[in-house]
Write a protein that binds this ligand. Structure first.
Ligand code: NAI
Length: 484
């Protein structure tokens, strides 16, 4: 078992020149080790007395910079080996390694490694092959960095939480003058040091732009936070202003995409498409429990009638629905033209068969739909949220679903979504009990913040983000999409 991991970490050991006894000697000296979340494997400056191979989990490598700051270097994940050079030369650790979650490792003491080398000199050739491959890989990375520093340093963009579908849209459009580096990692305190030296940071909805992150960004020379999304509730705007960081966003990329996804959730839930799909594939052609209602003639209540709310209002009017709306800044002209009635929140909740949320998340709208307001809704009403998770008190929603007060819920956003959404977590148990409970309801559909996800919206996001960045770098004083 441990032999397998030695081969994963040091693939050169599988060379036919390495005798089986040499591998057996190494694997009998190897030791399994488990680190609890947050536990240190070693600290910078500790004597290096073992090599390690990560079996499961992630280690965070960090280092103390010249000015005394802890700088995150990189993540060390499954299959990666560390401490190999210190097997040959007596050294101290060059970085601190800490477990992010639970981490399983295989360690090999230096004494056992040197013993195996002296008994089986063939190991030297195999390890030398491995090290030369590593050197080649690292010199390639250095060459890339050198090429980057050769570019105009004022035009560098650090693009966090980059996904392949976004890269496709952006790569078509980057002008010659801008140089983006895509980072898979989300922006937070543990990854902010990746932004060192980048005047522009491009972030998305689940990147964390808290005050400490912004403080670090400012110290690293960032001047612009270019959000490639509409909402900016994840940004501490007070901190951004205090550190003179400009924040821009993409106020609208396709309100149609989001409104159409809201309609997809309404139709799927009302007509039980998600349940019918599974049933029929299992050979169950029964219709019991699949009864929906006609949208025609029913009332939809839209909370927030801005760009997205207006698109949805038009679509639902097309179904022959009555549409009522609640907005802090009503648009009477639109209401007249599209036959939408503005009303107060309580009246909207009391009369709507479907309630859909399209207001931004602000301190005022946080838990706008709490237990009290959910209780004021029409019994059995359908609730749709493509706005922001924090608009609904999720625990109160679960109680309302249990009692039947809410007939069905379509949620594209969730209060604690950042730990889950946009990631493949299919090999792990859901450890968020509230989300896990939500997923047990047959009358709840959760999608992973995908309402915006159309090729048209991605193209618009790329276009506007690049225009925002260029305008800032060109010194425009009046940035149209400036948040702060
Ligand atoms: P918008 O700014 O055009 O419209 C928001 C409307 O909400 C405005 O009319 C505003 O007056 C109203 N409003 C503000 N505070 C309110 C309050 N306390 N009560 C009632 N109404 C209030 O924004 P847009 O483009 O329609 O987007 C709405 C929200 O949708 C965004 O803030 C964002 O959080 C979310 N969104 C979700 C996406 C997804 O993929 N799920 C994608 C894009 C946006």
């Amino acid at each position: 078992m441990l032999e397998k991991w030695l081969l994963v970490g040091l693939p050169a050991l599988s060379s036919p020149t390495v005798p089986a006894e040499a591998l057996a000697a190494l694997s009998s000296a190897a030791l399994p080790q488990t680190l609890a979340p947050g536990e240190y494997l070693f600290h910078e400056g500790d004597p290096a007395q073992f090599l390690f191979i990560v079996q499961d989990g992630t280690l965070l490598a960090s280092k103390t910079s010249d000015d005394g700051r802890r700088v995150f270097l990189r993540e060390v994940g499954p299959g990666e080996v560390g401490g190999l050079t210190s097997m040959f030369v007596e050294k101290t650790r060059s970085a601190t390694l800490q477990a992010r979650g639970t981490v399983q490792l295989v360690t090999l003491p230096r004494s056992a490694f040197l013993q195996a080398l002296s008994t089986h000199p063939q190991l030297y050739a195999a390890i030398a092959t491995h090290l030369s491959q590593k050197v080649r890989q690292k010199t390639g990375q250095v060459a890339t960095l050198l090429a980057r520093t050769g570019r105009d340093a004022t035009q560098l963009v650090a693009f966090f939480d980059a996904k392949p579908y976004e890269r496709t849209a952006f790569d078509k459009r980057w002008p010659q003058t801008l140089h983006a580096t895509y980072f898979d990692s989300r922006l937070d305190l543990s990854t902010v040091s990746l932004a060192r030296g980048y005047p522009v940071v491009c972030a998305f909805v689940n990147d964390q732009l808290s005050a400490p992150v912004i403080e670090q960004l400012a110290a690293f020379g960032t001047q612009l936070i270019a959000l490639r999304c509409a909402g900016y509730n994840q940004v501490d705007l007070t901190a951004a202003a205090a550190h003179k960081l400009t924040v821009v966003r993409v106020p609208a990329y396709s309100p149609h995409a989001v409104a159409e996804h809201a309609v997809a959730l309404i139709l799927a839930l009302n007509r039980n498409v998600h349940r019918a799909y599974n049933r029929v594939r299992e050979g169950n052609f029964s219709l019991n429990g699949l009864v929906g209602f006609d949208l025609y003639g029913r009332t939809a209540g839209l909370i927030g009638l801005g760009k997205i709310g207006k698109c949805l209002a038009r679509i639902l009017r097309g179904f022959g629905m009555r549409v009522v709306a609640y907005d802090l800044e009503p648009d009477p002209e639109f209401a007249r033209a599209e036959q939408v009635q503005f009303t107060d929140l309580d009246s909207l909740l009391a009369q709507s068969d479907i309630v859909s949320l399209h207001a931004p998340l602000t301190p005022v709208t946080h838990h706008l739909l709490n237990a009290k307001r959910l209780g004021r809704m029409k019994k059995g009403a359908l609730l749709i949220n493509t706005g922001r998770g924090g608009l609904i008190d999720t625990s109160a929603l679960i109680e309302a679903l249990k009692s039947g007060q809410i007939g069905a819920a379509g949620l594209d956003v969730y209060e604690e979504e950042s730990a889950y959404f946009f990631r493949d977590r299919s090999d792990k148990a859901v450890d968020d009990d509230v989300l896990a409970r939500l997923l047990t309801f047959p009358n709840v559909i959760v999608t992973s913040h995908q309402a915006f996800l159309t090729s048209d919206a991605l193209d618009n996001i790329a276009q506007t983000t690049i225009e925002n960045i260029q305008a800032f770098l060109n010194g425009a004083t009046d940035l149209p999409n400036r948040v702060s």
